[in-house]
Design a protein around this ligand. Structure first.
Ligand SMILES: [Zn+2]
Ligand SMILES: [Zn+2]
Length: 817
C-alpha cells in the first residue's frame, strides 16, 4: 500500500465507521403476533429507522433510503405483517425488479413463522399455470415483478378481484432501478394499478425503498403519481467499519492518456488479497470482463510465491496454514448469470463459510441479501452511478475490517472520479429521472388502461390532467372510440358501489375490445417498434432492441453485448426486423460510423445563460450508418473499416441545444473551420461524458451533434438529445442544470493530463464520427469562455493542434457523437 500511495495509484483512502447502532423498542402498537414473531426471531430491538418507517407508513406513503444491509426489508415487512394480522382479508403486493430478489424476500417473509396469517407466493413468468388459480385465491402477499403486473395481473383484474378489493399495501423495493425507459413504463403501470384498485374500492399504501440518490422523494412521486411521501433516510444501523480505497492504474503514456488496464491491475490486487486470506467479492459490468478477470486471477495465483498485498490482513483463515498456488486458484469462482436461486445461495454460502475466497460477478442485484460478512468488495471500472458503487461496496464490512475498493478504468467518468473522489463520495449527486408522459410510452399504457376499464374524467386523478389529449390522438389513430351519454361507466366489474346509477359521462373505450395491448408493450424498451435478436444456430429469441437503434447496434458484423454476453451479428434482416447473431469470443469490438441530422420540431423552453442561447424542445434525429470500425479489445487500436449499405432511419425525441453568438464568443473568420468543428465536437463529447453525474443514465442513452452552421439556428450549435424515442427527461434535467454540466465538463477537460485529447477526456467510445476532428484545447477554451473564466483570449486553435485527418463524408459540418 505504501508503495501505491507513493506512485499515485492509491488516489484516495478513507475510513468509515464503525458506527454505533441506534436501537429502539419495537412500536408497541404493532399487532401482538408480530411482536411475538420478532421476539421468536430474537429481534428484541429495532434500528431507529425501522421504527420510524413503521410509524411513517401508518401515516402515508413512505420511502426508505438507508444503506445496504441496514435491514430495509423490515421497514415494509413490519407494517405489512401488522395489517395482515389485523385483517384476515387484507392483501399485499410486493414488486421486485428481478425474480431472484422476489425469491429472497419470500424466504424472508416465511422466516417470521406466521404461517397462519401470512401466505406469501411468487407470481411470475416461472409460476406453473396450474398453480396460478390457487395463488390468486390463497396468497395474501403476492410477490411479482412490474412486467408480470403489467401483462398478467392488471389486464386480468377480474380474476384478481380478491386481491384488488382488499389491497392494503404495495411495496416497491429497489425503486432506484425504475428510472429511464424502464422507470417511465413502471410509473405508468403503477398508475394503472392505483386506478384498478380504486375501481375495486381500495387505495393501497405505497412503501418504497431505494439506494441513496439525490431525489428520492421526487422519484417516489413520479413513480406512483402520489404526493406527500415521508422520507426515512437517517440510518440507525451500525455503520460497518470499512476502509475505502480508490485505485487508479498507472499511466503508461501520459501524452496519449494511456493507462495500464484495469483488469490486469485488479487481477494483481485480488491475487494479493486472496493470498492474505481475505474473502471477497468483485464486481464488473460485463460478463466478458468477469471471465477475463477470472482467468488473469487464476494465472496469477498459480504462479506461486508472489508477494502479499501489504494491505491490512483482513481476516486470515483460522487454521493459518498456507495454501499452494493451485489450491488457492481453486478457491476463486466466476458467478454467471442464469444461476438458479439455489445455486446462488450455495455459492454465497461457500463464500461466507470461507470455502471460497473470491467470487467475481456482474450484477449486485442478482445477489442474495445476506452476505454482508465479507472482508472486501472490489469494484472494477465505474459501474455507472455512485449509487450502485456504494451498493456494491456495502458488501464489505466484516468485524470492522472491511475493505471497499474501486479500480478505475480509462473512461472519462472513471478518471474524473479519481481526480475528485470526495465530490463523488460525500454527496448523493445523481438523480433518478423518468418521464411517464413520454408519448411513446404513455399512449400504449393508456390503451392498456382503456382495456382494463373505460377511461373517464375521473381518471385524471391517476393518469394525469393531460390524459384526454392523448386519448383523442389514440381515437384519431383508430385505437380508441369516444362514447358520450348512455349509461355511465360501470368501469370495472366488482366495483365497490356497483349498484349506484351514475350520470352519463364521456368515456373512451377500445375500438377493438378483443385486443390484448399489454402483450405488445415491453417495459424494457421505449418504443414497441423493435428488432428481434435471434441466435442463428438455435433459432432461440435472445431479446430485442429498439428499432431506432438497430442499424447502429446490430448491423451486420457488429459485436453486440446482450446481458453481459458477446454476440457477432451475422445478418441484419431489415424486412423481417430481426438480427441473426452467434456467440462471439474474438478479441475485437466494433464501432459504427454514421452521419446524423437533427431538425428542431418544437421549442418548449429557452433561456440565455453563459453567453449562449440555450433551448429545450423536440427534435427529429435522422441517422445513416455508413460503416463500422473493428477495434482491438486490448488497446482499442483500429483494425479495419468495413462499409455498410443501410437506409437512413429517424425518430423524434427531446433535446437541448445551445447556439454560440459568433461575435460574443469571438468566433471570427480567422478560425479555420476544422479547428472550430474540433472545438465544438470535443465540447459536445465532454458534456455528454459528465451528464450521467446529473441524471442517472448511461452515456449510451444520450446522443449529440455539433455543427458550425445549423440551417435552423443559422449558426454554430451543439445538440444533446435523448437517445430513446420520445425522450425520458434526461435532457430536460440537463437543460435545467446546464451550468453544472458546463462546470463539470470544463473540469474534466482542463484537468486531464494528456497532451491533446484521450479516452479519459474528449474521446468518446461511441462517437459516430470515430472521434474526428476533436480539439481538446478548443473545447477547453469554449467552456472557459462560457464560464467566464477565459478572460480576453481569442480563439487560437489552429496553431496548437493538428487538424483532424479525416472528415465526415457529408462535409465537415455535421459531427455525430
Ligand atoms: Zn485526456
Ligand atoms: Zn463525436
Amino acid at each position: 500500500m505504501d508503495e501505491a500511495r507513493e506512485d499515485g495509484r492509491l488516489v484516495r483512502e478513507a475510513r468509515e465507521g464503525p458506527g454505533k447502532a441506534r436501537l429502539v423498542e419495537p412500536p408497541e402498537e404493532l399487532h401482538p403476533e408480530v411482536l411475538a414473531a420478532l421476539s421468536r426471531m430474537k429481534i428484541e430491538r429495532l434500528y431507529s429507522h425501522q421504527a420510524e418507517a413503521v410509524y411513517a407508513s401508518w401515516e402515508g406513503p413512505t420511502i426508505v433510503t438507508t444503506g445496504t444491509a441496514s435491514g430495509k426489508s423490515l421497514c415494509f415487512n413490519l407494517p405489512t405483517l401488522d395489517v395482515l394480522c389485523r385483517d384476515a382479508r387484507a392483501r399485499a403486493l410486493y414488486l421486485y425488479p428481478t425474480k431472484a430478489l422476489a425469491q429472497d424476500q419470500a424466504r424472508a417473509l416465511s422466516a417470521f413463522g406466521l404461517a397462519k396469517q401470512v401466505r406469501p407466493a411468487i407470481y411470475d413468468g416461472d409460476t406453473p399455470r396450474e398453480a396460478r388459480a390457487d395463488i390468486r385465491r390463497r396468497a395474501n402477499v403476492v410477490l411479482t415483478n412490474p412486467d408480470m403486473l403489467h401483462v398478467g395481473i392488471l389486464p386480468n383484474h377480474p380474476a384478481w378481484a380478491e386481491l384488488f378489493a382488499n389491497l392494503a399495501v404495495v411495496v416497491v423495493d429497489e425503486a432506484h432501478v425504475y428510472r429511464g425507459v424502464f422507470g417511465s413504463h413502471v410509473a405508468n403501470v403503477l398508475r394503472r394499478l392505483r386506478r384498478i384498485a380504486a375501481a375495486y374500492g381500495t387505495s393501497p399504501r405505497f412503501l418504497l425503498t431505494s439506494a441513496t440518490i439525490a431525489n428520492p422523494v421526487e422519484l417516489a412521486e413520479r413513480l406512483t403519481g402520489l404526493e406527500d411521501f415521508s422520507l426515512i433516510a437517517r440510518d440507525g444501523s451500525p455503520a460497518p467499519g470499512r476502509r475505502i480505497a480508490v485505485w487508479n492504474p498507472p499511466l503508461t503514456d501520459e501524452d496519449l492518456g494511456q493507462r495500464r488496464s484495469a483488469l490486469a491491475e485488479a487481477a494483481e490486487l485480488l491475487a494479493r488479497l486472496v493470498r492474505d486470506g481475505a474473502r471477497l467479492i468483485c464486481f464488473m459490468k460485463s460478463r466478458k470482463g468477469v471471465e477475463v478477470l477470472h482467468k488473469l486471477l487464476v494465472a496469477d495465483l498459480e504462479s506461486a510465491d508472489s508477494p502479499g498485498s501489504g494491505l491490512p490482513a483482513s481476516g486470515l483463515p483460522d487454521d493459518g496454514l498456507p495454501l499452494s498456488g493451485p489450491e488457492l486458484a481453486r478457491l476463486v469462482a466466476p458467478y454467471r448469470a442464469g444461476y438458479t436461486s439455489q445455486q446462488r445461495r450455495e455459492l454465497e454460502g461457500r463464500l461466507v463459510r470461507g470455502e471460497l475466497r473470491a467470487v467475481i460477478t456482474t450484477d449486485a442485484l442478482e445477489l442474495g441479501i445476506d452476505i454482508g460478512e465479507l472482508d472486501a468488495a472490489v469494484v472494477v471500472t465505474f459501474p455507472g452511478t455512485v449509487a450502485s458503487l456504494r451498493q456494491m461496496w456495502g458488501r464489505a464490512g466484516r468485524r470492522g475490517r472491511g475493505l471497499a475498493m474501486y479500480v478505475a478504468g480509462e473512461d472519462a467518468l472513471d478518471q474524473f472520479f479519481c481526480r475528485h473522489p470526495d465530490d463523488f463520495l460525500e454527496r448523493p449527486v445523481e438523480a433518478a429521472i423518468l418521464d411517464h408522459e413520454n408519448a411513446q410510452i404513455f399512449r400504449p399504457h393508456l390503451l392498456c388502461a382503456a382495456h382494463e376499464g373505460p377511461l373517464s374524467s375521473e381518471d385524471a386523478e391517476f393518469l394525469g390532467p393531460r390524459w384526454e389529449a392523448h386519448a383523442e390522438i389514440l381515437q384519431s389513430a383508430g385505437e380508441l372510440r369516444h362514447r358520450t351519454g348512455g349509461v355511465g361507466p360501470t368501469v370495472v366489474p366488482g366495483r365497490a358501489d356497483p349498484g349506484e346509477p351514475r350520470p352519463a359521462l364521456s368515456t373512451y373505450v377500445p375500438r377493438d375490445s378483443g385486443g390484448y395491448p399489454a402483450g405488445e408493450v415491453s417495459l424494457r424498451s421505449a418504443s414497441p417498434d423493435s428488432f428481434a435478436i435471434v441466435d442463428v444456430a438455435s433459432g432461440e429469441l435472445l431479446g430485442s432492441t429498439e428499432a431506432a437503434r438497430a442499424h447502429s447496434t446490430v448491423h451486420e458484423g457488429a459485436i453486440y453485448l446482450h446481458l453481459g454476453r458477446s454476440f457477432e451479428v451475422r445478418e441484419l434482416d431489415l424486412p423481417r426486423r430481426r438480427a441473426l447473431v452467434a456467440p462471439f469470443d474474438g478479441d475485437w469490438y466494433t464501432q459504427p460510423k454514421r452521419v446524423t441530422d437533427t431538425t428542431i420540431e418544437r421549442l418548449l423552453d429557452r433561456r440565455e445563460t453563459l453567453g449562449v442561447t440555450l433551448s429545450f424542445g423536440e427534435v427529429s434525429v435522422t441517422d445513416t450508418v455508413l460503416a463500422y470500425q473493428r477495434r482491438r479489445l486490448a488497446d482499442h487500436a483500429a483494425v479495419e473499416l468495413v462499409g455498410l449499405d443501410l437506409p437512413p432511419t429517424s425518430f423524434s425525441t427531446q433535446a437541448l441545444w445551445f447556439e454560440f453568438p459568433s461575435a460574443a464568443l469571438g468566433l471570427g473568420e480567422t478560425i479555420p473551420l476544422e479547428a472550430l468543428l474540433g472545438a465544438l465536437h470535443a465540447t459536445e463529447h465532454v458534456q455528454i461524458a459528465v451528464l450521467p453525474l446529473i441524471a442517472m443514465c448511461d452515456r449510451w442513452d444520450i446522443g449529440g451533434l455539433s455543427t458550425n452552421l445549423h440551417p435552423q439556428t443559422g449558426g454554430a450549435t451543439i445538440f444533446i438529445y435523448d437517445g430513446h424515442p420520445g425522450g425520458i427527461g434526461i435532457t430536460r434535467t440537463a437543460f435545467q442544470r446546464f451550468e453544472e454540466l458546463c462546470h463539470d465538463a470544463h473540469r474534466l477537460v482542463a484537468e486531464c493530463p494528456c497532451a491533446s485529447g484521450c479516452p479519459s477526456c474528449v474521446q468518446s467510445p461511441k462517437c459516430g464520427n470515430l472521434n474526428e476532428p476533436l480539439s481538446k484545447a478548443g473545447a477547453r477554451l469554449l467552456l472557459e469562455r462560457m464560464l467566464g473564466a477565459g478572460g480576453e483570449q481569442t480563439m487560437e486553435l489552429s496553431a496548437k493542434e493538428p487538424a483532424g485527418r479525416n472528415r465526415s463524408e457529408r462535409g465537415a459540418s455535421l459531427l455525430k457523437a
